[in-house]
Design a protein around this ligand. Sequence first.
Ligand code: RB5
Length: 144
Amino acid sequence: METIAFASDHAGYTLKQSLIEYVNSKGYSVLDFGTDSEDSCDYPDFAHKAADAVENGSAAFGIAMCGTGNGIQMTLNKHQGIRAALCWKPELATLAKEHNNANFLVMPARFISYDEAVAIVDAYLAATFEGGRHQRRIDKIPVK
Ligand code: RB5
Protein backbone atom coordinates (compact mmCIF):
# COMPACT_ATOMS: atom_id res chain seq x y z
CA MET A 1 0.00 0.00 0.00
CA GLU A 2 1.16 3.54 -0.68
CA THR A 3 2.69 5.97 1.81
CA ILE A 4 0.98 9.33 2.36
CA ALA A 5 2.84 12.44 3.61
CA PHE A 6 0.78 14.51 6.07
CA ALA A 7 1.28 18.11 7.18
CA SER A 8 -0.77 20.72 9.00
CA ASP A 9 -0.49 23.72 11.25
CA HIS A 10 -2.26 24.08 14.61
CA ALA A 11 -5.57 24.84 12.90
CA GLY A 12 -5.44 21.56 11.03
CA TYR A 13 -3.86 19.43 13.76
CA THR A 14 -7.01 17.70 15.03
CA LEU A 15 -8.25 16.91 11.53
CA LYS A 16 -4.78 15.67 10.53
CA GLN A 17 -4.69 13.24 13.46
CA SER A 18 -8.17 11.94 12.66
CA LEU A 19 -7.39 11.49 8.97
CA ILE A 20 -4.12 9.70 9.73
CA GLU A 21 -6.16 7.17 11.73
CA TYR A 22 -8.65 6.95 8.88
CA VAL A 23 -6.10 6.25 6.12
CA ASN A 24 -4.22 3.85 8.39
CA SER A 25 -7.48 1.92 8.78
CA LYS A 26 -7.65 1.69 4.99
CA GLY A 27 -4.15 0.19 4.86
CA TYR A 28 -2.05 3.22 3.90
CA SER A 29 1.27 4.00 5.57
CA VAL A 30 1.84 7.55 6.78
CA LEU A 31 4.75 9.94 7.16
CA ASP A 32 3.58 12.64 9.57
CA PHE A 33 5.60 15.84 9.23
CA GLY A 34 3.68 17.68 11.96
CA THR A 35 2.63 19.79 13.58
CA ASP A 36 2.30 17.80 16.78
CA SER A 37 -0.11 19.88 18.87
CA GLU A 38 -2.66 22.69 18.77
CA ASP A 39 0.01 25.21 19.82
CA SER A 40 0.30 28.09 17.39
CA CYS A 41 2.90 27.45 14.68
CA ASP A 42 3.84 28.34 11.10
CA TYR A 43 2.51 26.06 8.33
CA PRO A 44 5.59 26.36 6.03
CA ASP A 45 7.70 24.58 8.65
CA PHE A 46 5.71 21.39 8.02
CA ALA A 47 4.55 21.87 4.43
CA HIS A 48 8.07 22.07 2.98
CA LYS A 49 9.10 18.80 4.66
CA ALA A 50 6.02 16.99 3.37
CA ALA A 51 6.56 18.40 -0.13
CA ASP A 52 10.17 17.19 -0.08
CA ALA A 53 8.96 13.68 0.82
CA VAL A 54 6.64 13.56 -2.19
CA GLU A 55 9.25 15.07 -4.50
CA ASN A 56 11.93 12.56 -3.45
CA GLY A 57 9.56 9.59 -3.60
CA SER A 58 9.45 8.79 0.13
CA ALA A 59 5.69 9.30 -0.12
CA ALA A 60 3.43 8.67 -3.10
CA PHE A 61 1.31 11.76 -2.43
CA GLY A 62 0.32 14.07 0.40
CA ILE A 63 -2.62 15.31 2.42
CA ALA A 64 -2.38 18.68 4.14
CA MET A 65 -4.59 21.17 5.92
CA CYS A 66 -4.50 24.51 7.69
CA GLY A 67 -7.37 26.75 8.75
CA THR A 68 -8.32 27.93 5.28
CA GLY A 69 -6.05 25.60 3.33
CA ASN A 70 -4.65 28.59 1.49
CA GLY A 71 -1.36 29.09 3.31
CA ILE A 72 -0.31 25.47 3.22
CA GLN A 73 -1.38 25.10 -0.41
CA MET A 74 0.61 28.20 -1.41
CA THR A 75 3.67 26.78 0.32
CA LEU A 76 3.37 23.33 -1.24
CA ASN A 77 2.95 24.77 -4.71
CA LYS A 78 6.29 26.60 -4.47
CA HIS A 79 7.84 23.15 -5.04
CA GLN A 80 8.27 22.43 -8.75
CA GLY A 81 7.24 18.80 -8.36
CA ILE A 82 4.09 19.50 -6.38
CA ARG A 83 0.56 20.07 -7.61
CA ALA A 84 -1.47 20.84 -4.48
CA ALA A 85 -5.24 21.23 -4.87
CA LEU A 86 -7.44 22.98 -2.29
CA CYS A 87 -10.66 20.96 -2.05
CA TRP A 88 -13.72 21.57 0.13
CA LYS A 89 -16.12 19.14 -1.51
CA PRO A 90 -15.65 15.65 -2.96
CA GLU A 91 -16.26 16.66 -6.57
CA LEU A 92 -13.29 19.02 -6.45
CA ALA A 93 -11.05 16.26 -5.15
CA THR A 94 -12.17 13.90 -7.91
CA LEU A 95 -11.41 16.48 -10.58
CA ALA A 96 -8.13 17.48 -8.92
CA LYS A 97 -6.92 13.91 -9.52
CA GLU A 98 -8.68 13.25 -12.84
CA HIS A 99 -7.64 16.52 -14.53
CA ASN A 100 -4.68 17.88 -12.57
CA ASN A 101 -3.09 14.70 -11.22
CA ALA A 102 -2.82 16.56 -7.92
CA ASN A 103 -0.17 15.00 -5.70
CA PHE A 104 -1.33 16.92 -2.62
CA LEU A 105 -4.90 17.04 -1.40
CA VAL A 106 -5.34 20.20 0.70
CA MET A 107 -8.39 20.96 2.86
CA PRO A 108 -9.64 23.96 4.87
CA ALA A 109 -9.85 22.46 8.35
CA ARG A 110 -11.85 25.33 9.87
CA PHE A 111 -14.53 25.15 7.18
CA ILE A 112 -15.34 21.45 6.84
CA SER A 113 -16.49 18.73 9.23
CA TYR A 114 -14.67 15.45 9.81
CA ASP A 115 -17.31 13.60 7.79
CA GLU A 116 -16.90 16.04 4.91
CA ALA A 117 -13.13 15.62 5.05
CA VAL A 118 -13.44 11.83 4.90
CA ALA A 119 -15.72 12.11 1.87
CA ILE A 120 -13.16 14.39 0.20
CA VAL A 121 -10.31 12.00 0.97
CA ASP A 122 -12.33 9.03 -0.31
CA ALA A 123 -13.09 10.87 -3.55
CA TYR A 124 -9.42 11.73 -4.05
CA LEU A 125 -8.26 8.17 -3.32
CA ALA A 126 -10.83 6.65 -5.67
CA ALA A 127 -10.09 8.90 -8.64
CA THR A 128 -7.66 8.19 -11.47
CA PHE A 129 -5.73 10.66 -13.61
CA GLU A 130 -7.18 10.80 -17.11
CA GLY A 131 -3.95 11.73 -18.92
CA GLY A 132 -4.25 12.84 -22.55
CA ARG A 133 -4.95 16.56 -22.90
CA HIS A 134 -4.63 16.92 -19.13
CA GLN A 135 -1.07 15.55 -19.22
CA ARG A 136 -0.21 18.15 -21.87
CA ARG A 137 -1.58 20.88 -19.61
CA ILE A 138 0.14 19.84 -16.41
CA ASP A 139 3.41 19.49 -18.36
CA LYS A 140 3.15 23.27 -18.95
CA ILE A 141 2.76 24.17 -15.27
CA PRO A 142 6.41 24.15 -14.05
CA VAL A 143 8.44 27.33 -14.40
CA LYS A 144 11.47 26.34 -16.45
C1 RB5 B 1 -3.93 30.15 11.37
O1 RB5 B 1 -4.59 31.01 12.21
C2 RB5 B 1 -4.35 30.36 9.93
O2 RB5 B 1 -3.92 31.59 9.46
C3 RB5 B 1 -3.82 29.26 9.05
O3 RB5 B 1 -4.26 28.03 9.54
C4 RB5 B 1 -4.23 29.29 7.61
O4 RB5 B 1 -5.61 29.49 7.48
C5 RB5 B 1 -3.46 30.18 6.75
O5 RB5 B 1 -3.59 30.18 5.52
